[in-house]
Design a protein around this ligand. Structure first.
Ligand SMILES: Nc1ncnc2c1ncn2[C@@H]1O[C@H](COP(=O)(O)OP(=O)(O)O)[C@@H](O)[C@H]1O
Ligand SMILES: [Mg+2]
Length: 366
């Protein structure tokens, strides 16, 4: 039986829950052809949310989703966009094939069969084409498609474009975004400093999208869904919410194990602690690997962060850990660049809650 609590794969329409307000808000933006930038730390549910929004809107709009997490060149970027656009769901595959063959000037499309889904899709063939040729074809096709029906185009892990340095992709996109009237762009991303610098004052994409920070799922929404599948009290549900620091992925992981092992039984607090321990232990080797790669000062900085989130530069804290302010500052900066920690106003935190719990466990041993 399929788990009602996916935590490693994206929830489908059956296991997706909550986010009523967020969906309404996003739909309002789409309706008025506006662009949105959705950001939050990782594992909160951005990709899941947007894929659900696209599923729900697939009759009304032409919806396209691209995840550009692994791009290393501008060619990778445009290839993924071309792939996204070539895979628009159409009831009649032949019509779609003909349409794309005509629409693209230089890109060729080839039918390909996916044995996993037993579906045909189109694969763009671009080996001999330059970046400029591909981008031109892509936007021409997008313009053509958007004449029939409004397009909603979601680009996930959008901050990755700032790693491409041989061309200004943001400036290029701005130009096209401004001219395409019937397309709503949804940009999503996690690496906040990279992402916000793309949309900051004077950057090409400044004011090109309304920012929306995705908050944790509301406890009420989580409880309403969870109690349908496991026998849990409101108090214990809020305990799980607290332990997972409202990180959706960890919360789902805990609920999955409870569902698997205690579906109909009464759940105790001790058992939840046991489950959390089990999850933290299962990550031991991968976290050790990360930890081993840090230098001593960075390890001290992590020790401080796993204990304090605020006022870490006070003399008391510096004395307690026997570290100089400047040394700590540069260690934190290094952790920041490695994305092991992040900052929100004056709070410095470890965004991966399971890693934070692992660190707490590790440091209480010494
Ligand atoms: N609204 C939701 N309903 C059910 N599961 C969710 C929901 N939001 C997130 N999840 C689960 O949490 C995990 C992390 O979500 P994900 O969308 O990958 O986060 P992000 O894109 O912000 O890093 C996924 O496995 C997903 O199934
Ligand atoms: Mg994601």
């Amino acid at each position: 039986m399929k788990s009602p609590f996916p935590y490693e794969i994206i929830a489908d329409s059956k296991t997706f829950y909550g986010r009523v307000e967020e969906i309404e808000k996003i739909n309002d933006f789409i309706k008025t052809s506006n662009n949105i930038l959705i950001h939050s730390k990782r594992r909160m549910g951005k990709s899941t949310l947007i894929q659900e929004v696209l599923r729900r809107n697939s009759n009304e709009y032409t919806c396209i989703y691209c995840d550009i997490f692994d791009i290393t060149s501008k060619e990778d970027f445009i290839k993924l966009l071309l792939k996204g656009i070539s895979n628009i769901e159409e009831s009649d595959f032949k019509v779609m094939y003909k349409k794309f063959s005509e629409m693209f000037k230089r890109v060729r499309v080839e039918p390909s069969f996916d044995p996993n889904t037993s579906k045909f899709s189109l694969r763009p063939i671009v080996a001999t084409l330059s970046f400029d040729e591909m981008i031109e074809d892509f936007f021409l096709a997008l313009e053509e498609i958007s004449k029939d029906k409004q397009v909603v185009f979601a680009i996930d892990e959008f901050q990755q474009i700032s790693l491409i340095t041989d061309i200004k992709l943001d400036a290029l996109l701005r130009k096209y975004i401004q001219t395409l009237q019937n397309v709503s762009w949804i940009f999503l991303g996690s690496k906040r400093h990279l992402l916000t610098s793309l949309f900051e004052y004077k950057a090409p994409l400044y004011e090109m999208a309304t920012h929306l920070e995705l908050q944790p799922l509301a406890l009420e929404e989580v409880y309403t869904y969870t109690k349908k599948h496991i026998n849990i009290s409101k108090e214990l549900m809020s305990y799980i919410y607290e332990v997972s620091d409202s990180e959706t992925k960890l919360l789902q992981n805990i609920c999955h194990i409870l569902w698997l092992e205690k579906k109909n039984e009464e759940i105790s607090k001790e058992y939840i602690d046991e489950v959390v321990k089990q999850i933290v232990n299962s990550k031991d080797s991968s976290y050790r690997l990360i930890y081993d790669m840090l230098n001593n000062n960075q390890k001290i900085a992590l020790k401080i962060l796993s204990k304090y989130k605020k006022k870490i530069y006070t003399q008391d804290v510096l004395n307690e850990f026997n570290i100089k302010k400047q040394t700590l500052q540069s260690a934190i900066k290094a952790l920041f660049e490695k994305e092991i920690c992040d900052k929100n106003d004056d709070v410095i935190y470890i965004p991966d809650r399971t890693f934070e719990l692992w660190l707490q466990k590790t440091f209480t041993r010494i």
